[in-house]
Design a protein around this ligand. Structure first.
Ligand SMILES: NC(=O)c1ccc[n+]([C@@H]2O[C@H](COP(=O)([O-])OP(=O)(O)OC[C@H]3O[C@@H](n4cnc5c(N)ncnc54)[C@H](OP(=O)(O)O)[C@@H]3O)[C@@H](O)[C@H]2O)c1
Length: 288
């Protein structure tokens, strides 16, 4: 199939492009200068009336959660308005769309995993703009698929386990929040799932796609550093101080609990992602 990947230079986008190519699909991944999703003309020029693509996967977003609290206009343009333009152009051009969204659309007050039917109620600007993006996509294009994921990490770009491993290697003292729970998601596994969704021609609607292991940031840091240490045979203890959220204030509030159920995805016959311990073994072998 011919697939347009938007945000193909990002942490997830790079792995999505690689997965598509490895499975024999034809990929077009314009840079953000070539296709700026905040510019409706730029979006229309690439997508409308060209009948060139079967699918579009939107991995582009404003992902700086804390900065979004003050850069509301930029976050809104990229996370809410841009996806709306894309959804409209895909609709007009007959291109099926997968739009990637986030667990941050939830308030974190749940005690069991969120399903696609759970009520979104974001608690920060990033989550609000991503929820507005979901609504814009759904109202412009009833054939679109929205895939919510969480706590992304992978070989490319900056992410939490890389930062933790870097800080441990630099022998910094580490204090990590231990009362927020979510599902870390390995970008290589999510890329596989997104391409599976294309290949099974998934029904329109919302899907949750995240790793199967619910954990805390603290536990995630311990496991990531331990996996790195063991992989490289480094003889040093992993010492991290668990702290409550109150002791690690950030500009943006984050959901206390954002595990998501992937049961709906399972009904399409798509294999679940690998457990965290397994993907961390792969991850630490791929980073510097
Ligand atoms: N990171 C996480 O922990 C996390 C968690 C849950 C959900 N998600 C969602 O997963 C998706 C992928 O996230 P990510 O972390 O891989 O993102 P990322 O690494 O921050 O990459 C963002 C991408 O968006 C592109 N972009 C920026 N402005 C653009 C514009 N105006 N027009 C077109 N493209 C533009 C960037 O291109 P340039 O490099 O050229 O600027 C880059 O390729 C997003 O929808 C995000 O909301 C992420």
């Amino acid at each position: 199939m011919k697939v347009l990947v938007v945000g193909g230079s990002g942490m997830l986008g790079i792995d999505v492009c690689a997965e598509l190519v490895s499975r024999g699909h034809e990929v077009t991944a314009p840079s953000s200068a070539e296709l700026d999703i905040t510019d409706p003309l730029s979006v229309a020029t690439i997508l409308e009336n060209r009948r060139e693509f079967d699918w579009c996967i939107n991995c582009a977003a404003y992902t700086a959660v804390d900065k979004a609290e003050t850069e509301i206009r930029e976050a809104t343009e990229l996370n809410a308005m841009g996806p709306g333009y894309l959804a409209t152009a895909c609709n007009m051009g007959g291109v099926k769309l997968i739009h990637v969204s986030t667990d941050f659309v939830f308030d974190g007050e749940a005690t069991v995993p969120y399903t696609e039917d759970s009520r979104p109620q974001p608690i920060g600007v990033y989550g609000n703009t991503k929820r507005d993006g979901e609504l814009a996509v759904m109202s412009a294009n009833s054939n679109a698929l929205i895939v919510r994921t969480s706590w992304l990490f992978g070989p490319n770009g900056r992410n939490f386990p890389k930062t933790m491993i870097g800080a441990w290697l630099a022998e910094k003292s580490l204090r990590v929040v231990s009362d927020q729970t979510g599902c870390p998601t390995y970008t290589l596994d999510l890329a596989r799932v997104l391409v599976d969704l294309i290949e099974v021609n998934g029904y329109p609607g919302i899907y949750h796609a995240c790793g199967p292991t619910a954990t805390t940031w603290y536990q995630f840091a311990v496991e990531a550093i331990t996996a790195y240490r063991d992989f490289h045979g480094i003889d040093r203890p992993v010492e991290i101080t668990p702290v409550p959220t109150e002791e690690y204030p950030t500009p943006a509030k984050r959901p206390k609990y954002s595990a998501m159920s992937t049961a709906k995805l399972d009904t399409l016959g798509i294999q679940p992602m690998r457990p965290l311990s397994e993907v961390l073994g792969d991850f630490v072998g791929r980073i510097e």
